[in-house]
Design a protein around this ligand. Sequence first.
Ligand code: G3P
Ligand code: CA
Length: 257
Amino acid sequence: AGKVLTKQQQQKMVNIAHRGASGHAPENTMEAFQKGVEMKSDYIEIDVQMTKDGELIVIHDTTVDRTTNGTGKVGDLTLEEFEQLDAGSWFSEAYAGEEVPTFEEVLDAFRGKTGILIELKAPELYPGVEEKIADALIERNMSKPNNNKIIIQSFNHESMKKSKELLPNLSHGVLTGGSWANVTEEQLAQFAAYADYFNPTMNIVTHELVSDVHEAGMDIFPYTSRTQEQAWRLFDLNVDGIITDFPEHVYSHPVKN
Ligand code: G3P
Ligand code: CA
């Protein structure tokens, strides 16, 4: 572990519970989101896709096989079929019967309690998903200027350009994988035209990348920290926030009293 922080430095670090506090409860369930709130995360991160009948649903993979007792593609199942699924047992029998939440259920349960980092997962599979997300937020009056409690992000950057047009007041982020290690200043400037966050895999984060992102006028929330050492390393690289399965790691950097 590197330097010792002041309390203030620690408090500034944005703590994002990845798919909820998914190190402690089954990812993308109400229990995981509630745990994120209890652990004082600033944001819960959620993955949003669409059912066959056009409902927004919160699940990570594009099939239900890994995280539920069902099988098949997310986009081939109706909301009613989703309601029959158990999204908890795969993690632990203690969570048997946990449901796959809808996007609107998550908004209604957690708005005002924590920030929500909304990832559009594989939006290319779900034409119209950007409009549906925008409608759900606008309906709830959650798209006003300076609402820093909502951030929208995706690996699909075209989808983010579209979403920014629909929701110009809300912050957007571009997710980037390993192939963006040598992102240029020009590319960062292009992202900054519609995005406020450049959120890379933690493996490519260096001091230089962090300062280039800052110079382009964006913040940087790397993903996905799963060990204490990984969180400390990101802390020392001066990132703005840490997307982690274990929110407690962000609060346990050595602090000066
Ligand atoms: O929030 C960033 C991170 O969630 C992106 O990767 O696969 O966990 O959705 P993934
Ligand atoms: Ca995600």
